[in-house]
Design a binder for this molecule. Structure first.
Ligand code: ATP
Length: 321
């Protein structure tokens, strides 16, 4: 058995980033970012396009050098100790990169598996990820989604201790997304640490033990999804098949229990906020009665806590996508 590294003995984080700075010329992509990923956890880095997610993980993967601060991975330096880290860390690059275009799918996965002492059965992974029908197809002929799934298989086949997944489900169909989620859950059950980047809030909420929200290279919030979305104000949300202008929203507000206010949430969506005691059956009845009076059909009606997207909007005034 491999002797335990000193960092493991101390229960040190799997990844520890401290004051990280990454620049491209004048552009500061990562701006004094610090976070720690506990071993065995799923850690999601969430942020809009260009927030600095890929720059951060690629620095941790040893593909980029930090311009300031430090990144420690399994207690080691990702650039200097790259050789020692390679068998212990799985990497899934953005958009499914990393496979040789001329290799066949199964051949590629067997090759990666051959670098590991105790790999997962490649055939099993191909099956699980729906790649068996294209096992003999060359990588360059795979669809984008198939390349992405192969890239995930390559990241996990060697039973790494830590996996970096850069937007693992971007562009995948719902069924493939669920398979990816199941794999991440299986990794966690096996004690593997996963760091993933995403701009899907539902993915982060479903998978992550801890979420770091970044914007313009800086951390804007960090915590468990439950802690981040534990809003002071529960909210009722709905969509309507007709536009509700400011005047309509005022008349709706006037019919609601005291303290409740109806506002537009943009994009055909509306929300009612108010004191927690008022967000209940009476409110629901008042909203639907008002809609019925005006022959407005409400849809996607839900009462609940804030989503990570709401948190992000509150923090930055911008949408997550
Ligand atoms: N090689 C590069 N050269 C110049 N600028 C870069 C380079 N890579 C990234 N950037 C810039 O750095 C910023 C952060 O990019 P990065 O890819 O890390 O963000 P991201 O959060 O992963 O975005 P996305 O969700 O679009 O993948 C962006 O403004 C991007 O344009």
């Amino acid at each position: 058995m491999r002797p335990l590294a000193a960092a493991e003995k101390r229960g040190a984080p799997a990844v520890e980033v401290s004051g990280l700075v990454k620049r491209y010329g004048e552009k500061v992509a990562v701006d004094d970012l610090s976070f720690a990923v506990p071993r065995g956890s799923v850690f999601a880095i969430l942020g809009p396009n260009g927030a600095g997610k890929t720059s951060t993980v690629e620095t941790c993967e040893g593909f980029r050098r930090a311009d300031g601060g430090t990144a420690r991975v399994l207690g080691l330096d990702p650039v200097r100790d790259a050789t020692a880290l390679r068998p212990r860390v799985g990497v899934m690059l953005q958009a499914g990169g990393g496979a040789y275009p001329g290799a066949r799918t199964a051949e590629m996965l067997h090759l990666v598996a051959s670098y590991s002492r105790n790999p997962i059965d490649p055939g099993l992974l191909l099956d699980l990820l729906g790649l068996t029908p294209v096992a003999r197809t060359t990588v360059k002929r795979l669809s984008g989604g198939q390349q992405q799934r192969l890239s995930l298989a390559m990241a996990v086949v060697g039973r790494p201790e830590l996996v970096f997944l850069d937007e693992p489900t971007a562009g995948l169909d719902p069924q493939a997304r669920h398979v990816v989620w199941q794999i991440v859950e299986a990794l966690r059950a096996d004690g593997v640490t996963t760091v993933l980047t995403t701009h899907y809030m539902d993915e982060a909420e479903r998978l992550a033990d801890e979420v770091l929200i970044i914007d313009a290279g800086q951390a804007v919030a960090q915590g468990t999804p439950a802690a981040l979305t534990r809003g002071e104000q529960p909210t009722l949300r709905f969509r309507a098949d007709a536009e509700l202008d400011a005047e309509a929203l005022l008349t709706l507000t006037a019919t609601l229990p005291s303290g409740c206010v109806a506002t537009s949430a943009g994009d055909g969506g509306y929300q009612v906020t108010g004191p927690p005691s008022a967000i209940g059956p009476q409110l629901l009845a008042a909203v639907t009665a008002w809609c019925a009076d005006r022959a407005v059909m409400p849809s996607d009606l839900q009462v609940g806590r804030r989503t990570l997207e709401d948190v992000f909007l509150d923090l930055t005034g911008r949408e997550l996508r």
